[in-house]
Design a protein around this ligand. Structure first.
Ligand code: SF4
Length: 284
């Protein structure tokens, strides 16, 4: 839990749940798992991680009230150290998280999951119990790392009731084509996209964040993969945020050509400039 975050697209993190387990190739070098030994190490004053394994998914009711005490509005990433829709998190607890978000309309809550099916099941379960309004301050997103996970997860996200639906394409470990999700297709020159008027972005996706992998075993992201995401967002009128190159980056930002030799600069030095500029767009 921390007020202030190094994650470029948020301002604070709130972890009412800790711990997770892997579901797809994007989890291979999970940063939460990597950070876990440091957090769980023995200390004089134990914290919510102390002595636990990463796979020991634990709900923390005592942390539910934290955003209520933050009076200054901020963007809050919910569960940076877990997945709110993990199978081990009871819907009753997810509901308690929702109650905090309902009571904290001054904040924006950014939720990401790799388990959108369970997110959808939560809303179905919830709709049988009560009428929950779609909260304008809750942004619901899916993390996708390649075409396979994107194709599976966007379709489920499209069914979820949310004011803002978004994608985090990080770590990008393969090319992702979002055209079908955005109601677009390639034209014959394979350079532009064509939508068809009112059918453009029919599911109302509101935001795309993309980035490469960081950490000691990071897999490089081809610059053309992220350029294609930027171009598809622009064609669909969807805000685009380039979070980071990650561990690897091209030697010169803006270098074209088919043959790219990626260099291992490290996350900080690799930076987040794409073709000479930063992309910091947010949903309206
Ligand atoms: S879902 Fe997220 S937190 Fe859980 S293992 Fe995968 S990358 Fe880590």
């Amino acid at each position: 839990m921390s007020d202030g975050s190094k994650i470029e697209w948020t301002e604070a993190t709130w972890n009412p749940v800790t711990g997770c387990s892997k579901v797809s190739p994007g989890c291979k070098h999970c940063y939460a798992e990597r950070d876990w030994p440091r957090l769980a190490a023995p200390r004089a004053k134990p914290n919510i991680y102390t002595g636990r394994d990463f796979t020991d998914v634990k709900c923390h009711p005592e942390k539910l009230g934290i955003p209520l005490r933050w009076t200054k509005p901020r963007r809050i990433f919910v569960n940076s150290m877990s997945d709110l829709f993990h199978e081990a998190v009871p819907f009753e607890f997810v509901d308690a998280v929702w109650l905090t978000m309902i009571k904290s309309q001054q904040h924006i809550f950014q939720i990401l999951t790799k388990r959108p099916q369970r997110m959808l099941e939560f809303f179905e379960w919830e709709s049988k119990r009560c009428e929950h309004p779609t909260l304008p301050n809750v942004w619901l997103g899916v993390s996708c790392e390649n075409q396979e996970t994107f194709d599976e997860r966007w379709r489920i996200l499209a069914k979820v009731p949310a004011a803002v639906r978004w994608f985090s394409l990080e770590p990008m470990i393969g090319r992702i084509d979002m055209c079908e999700a955005f109601g677009m297709w390639w034209n014959q020159t394979m350079h532009c996209f064509e939508g068809s008027g009112s059918k453009l972005n029919p599911h109302g996706f509101s935001w795309v964040v993309a980035g490469g992998e960081s950490g000691p075993h990071a897999r490089p992201m081809h610059p053309d993969w992220v350029r294609a995401i930027r171009d598809q967002c622009q064609a669909a009128g969807v805000p685009f945020f380039f979070k980071q190159w990650g561990e690897w980056a091209p030697p010169t930002d803006g270098a074209g050509g088919r043959k790219i030799v990626m260099h291992r600069f490290g996350k900080k030095a690799a930076g987040r400039s794409l073709d000479g500029r930063t992309w910091d767009e947010y949903p309206a």
